[in-house]
Every structure is written in structure tokens, then in C-alpha cells.
Design a protein around this ligand. Sequence first.
Ligand code: ADP
Ligand code: MG
Length: 321
Amino acid sequence: MNEFEIIKHYFTADSGRKDVLMGPGDDCALLQVPPQTWLAVSTDTLVAGVHFFADMDPLALGHKALAVNLSDLAAMGADPRWVSLALTLPAVDEGWIKGFCAGFFELAEYYNVALVGGDMTKGPLSITVTVHGTLPEGKGLRRHGARVGDGIYVTGTLGDAALGLQQQLGHIVVPDEHLDFVRTKFEHPHPRILAGQALRDIASSALDISDGLAGDLAHITAASGVRAQLELEQLPLSEAMKASVPRERGWELALTGGEDYELCFTVPETHRGQLETALAHCGVKFTRVGRILAGEPGVELLAEGKPYRLQAQSWDHFRSA
Ligand code: ADP
Ligand code: MG
């Protein structure tokens, strides 16, 4: 098959979305944006050998390429609608493309996101995805809204993707009964779309955790002009984590490990009741891990009430204490 046949055959599935007036096949996609809505747009690139192993299962890669982008929409509280896909492939390998599409479209269908266009080029394997979502005019969970006294929360458990990576690299032994769990967290992250939407009128700030809680939370403190205090014994660690490493190493993976794609968000005390109801409604587990303080932007760590210092050197530069 040539490039056009491949696009037609693999990348032109009809999503059934009525707001797609023109999908793949013309010079541009044409999309109907409803009145009184804002567009939320985000792009991420995954490069072989940098962001994933070149021999990664194409199905998992198709899933992940879309998932990491949807995670950005989740962090904004947006409703996903459309996506475009730029693929750079070293060669046309239909088996690979088939697998990639299976992973990509399974997630796209789950969230009713339409693939509306893209690009195909020859070169070192890399994948660029741009997602488009919408928000009611004036809404959107930004990083600058955290205020002194707000609680700091995270969804799910933290550090599991990093644990999965360390396991694959042979650095950490994960007990057999937890292997599927950590592999899924590493290769099949699930974007917190429903939680993000539910937090739209509740959280004062939010972002998705792609580089570890400590570094990512530092972005919120910088944007909001506040300080954050984390209580490490509150960090949600999975059973797999607890069974694989000592507690301090678990904290470290939770704070500095990448690719969890959970949400970190702040909530004023007055919205605490609403928060319980809203996240229980969408079945997402969440944990309060600290609070927002006045002071120099940065993240303070407390373990049993005492200042705690991380082993990881690379983390220090996020910390202004
Ligand atoms: P152009 O030369 O005008 O950029 P292309 O030949 O790159 O057009 O693409 C032709 C059509 O196919 C466009 O509508 C484009 O959006 C779509 N397309 C190309 N690659 C992909 C892809 N990987 N997924 C979905 N649509 C694609
Ligand atoms: Mg093109």
C-alpha cells in the first residue's frame, strides 16, 4: 500500500461525531465548535529511544500516545473531542500500523474522540499527537489558582509507572503477583478524564503528574505564588509498591518517578464536601497529601512531622527550601 492507501485504510475510521464536518482526506479538518465554548489544545511528541523503547508493543504505544495527550485535557477539566496524529515511521510495516491503530482507536472510541487528520512521514520512529477538547466559556483548571489554606490532593496511587520501568530495566524485583499491575501502569496509563471534568468547579488548580509529584507540584507553586507542604506518610502507594521496595524508596518513586498521569490538584477547605461527592460519583480514588502555605514557591517534605530530604540529587533543583 502507498501512503494514501494506508491513511484511507487505517486512519479514516468514521467516529460518528456530528461535530466533524470534514475528517482526514482534505487539506484541513473542519470542526464545528459549539457557541460559548473554549477550545483546549495540547500536543505531545513521543520519540523512540527517548520516550519509549523502539521495540515496544505497537498496541501499547498506540494507547500511550493518545493517553498522555488526553491526560493534559483531563488536567484542564476539558471534554475531549478531536485528535490529530503525525507519524514518522522508518518503514511501512503494516503489522506495526495495525497494532498501533488497535491501541489508539480503542482509547479514542472509549472517550469518543475523533481522529480528524494528521501526517505521515518517513524517518526515525516518532509520534506526535494533538488533542482538542472543549470547556464551557470561562472554565478550565489552571496552575495559577492555588491559595494559602487549600488542601493538596492526588488521584490514584503514585510511582507505579516508575516502578514498572525499574522492573523492566531489571533494577527492582517486583513480586510475580504484582507484575501485571505495574506493567499496565507503565504501558497502559489511563487518563483521568472523568475526574478532571468533575473537578472543574471544585479545584482551585490542577495538573497531571508526568514527571513526579514533587517537580510537577512545584509548577503549581510557581504559577500560584505559594508554597506546598507534603506529608510523605500520606502519599498513596500501591500494594505492588509496598511489596517491592522499602517505604522511603516508594516515596522517592512517587515524588520523582515519571509517567503516572494521575492528577494533582488543590481544593479550598470550603469545597471539601463537594469534592468527596464529585469524585465518589466517578469512582476515582483520591488522597489528601498536603496543604498550601504562604512563602517562597517550592515544595516542603515532611515525614512524621520532620523535614525530609530526598536521596535523588536531580530533584534538589525543584526545591527552594
Ligand atoms: P497535505 O499534503 O495536504 O498535508 P497529506 O498528504 O499529508 O496532505 O494528508 C492527506 C490527508 O490525510 C489530510 O487530510 C491529512 O489530515 C490526512 N492524514 C495524513 N496522515 C494521517 C494520519 N496519520 N492520521 C489521520 N489522518 C491523516
Ligand atoms: Mg501533510
